[in-house]
Design a protein around this ligand. Structure first.
Ligand SMILES: [Zn+2]
Ligand SMILES: [Zn+2]
Ligand SMILES: [Zn+2]
Length: 234
């Protein structure tokens, strides 16, 4: 019974573990639950129909180690972890757009990057989804920018229109960081597939050695500067 909930609460689909924050009381790492308690319970009951009862499940979620969606006031765990600053009222529409963008970068963007099981990157007509392009290895055209990727730019434009000029510089910096973060996801996907491919090739006499080193692939970003980016279109 406890094993089930343990497995559930360690599944990355439901829980994100903070790499450095710990609960002061238990000393255990803070875990960010990816959904509300109610939604988590529904997922759990679906997965383990004969498992733990509702009340016991809720008791397992008590305690300072877990941070829930509803505790974060609309921020995702990454925002909460990285810190945030208050600009003033940017309006509900922009806030919704921000949440969508945030979700896109965190969860959806990397799913659209395609690498075959053999570890070969696949071309995509949206420039920021083409891993081959990122490795300067794509001669095909990238005529599309999907609306999700475009929103990284339009969001910041709209935000700038809504707030004072004194924040522009820091906003540009944040935008660059977001783009770097997307690049990080792209590298991660690519590397993970290579690790898996190598593991699958492993025979009884082989060894797979994983060396953790700083990734430095000379990147060709689709997003160097905005002018360059728009210049590439069409
Ligand atoms: Zn967030
Ligand atoms: Zn391409
Ligand atoms: Zn895109």
């Amino acid at each position: 019974m406890l094993e089930q909930i343990d497995r559930f609460l360690n599944d990355k689909e439901f829980v994100n573990m903070s790499s450095y924050k710990t609960d002061a009381k238990s000393g255990k790492p803070i875990k960010y639950l990816q959904d509300t308690k109610k939604a988590l319970w529904e997922r759990f009951a679906e997965e383990y129909p004969n498992g733990m009862r509702h009340t016991s499940f809720m008791i397992c979620l008590e305690g300072g180690q877990y941070v829930y969606r509803e505790n974060l006031g609309g921020l995702c765990s990454t925002c909460n972890d990285c810190g945030y600053m208050v600009f003033g009222d940017i309006g509900k529409r922009l806030l919704t757009k921000l949440q969508e963008l945030c979700r896109y970068i965190r969860r959806e963007y990397s799913k659209e990057l395609e690498v075959t099981a053999a570890g070969i990157a696949v071309h995509n007509s949206c420039i920021s989804h083409c891993i081959r392009h990122a490795f300067r290895d794509c001669n095909l055209n990238h005529p599309v920018t999907c609306s999700k990727c475009e929103s990284i730019f339009s969001f910041f434009e709209e935000l700038k229109a809504a707030i004072s000029e004194e924040y522009f510089e820091i906003l540009d910096e944040y935008q660059q960081k977001l783009i770097a973060w997307m690049a990080h996801h792209a590298r991660k996907i690519y590397l993970n597939i290579h690790v898996r491919t190598n593991l699958e090739k492993l025979d009884e006499e082989g060894t797979v050695m994983i060396v953790n080193y700083k990734i430095r692939i000379l990147p060709q970003s689709a997003r160097e500067t905005k002018t360059e980016f728009f210049g590439k279109r069409g």
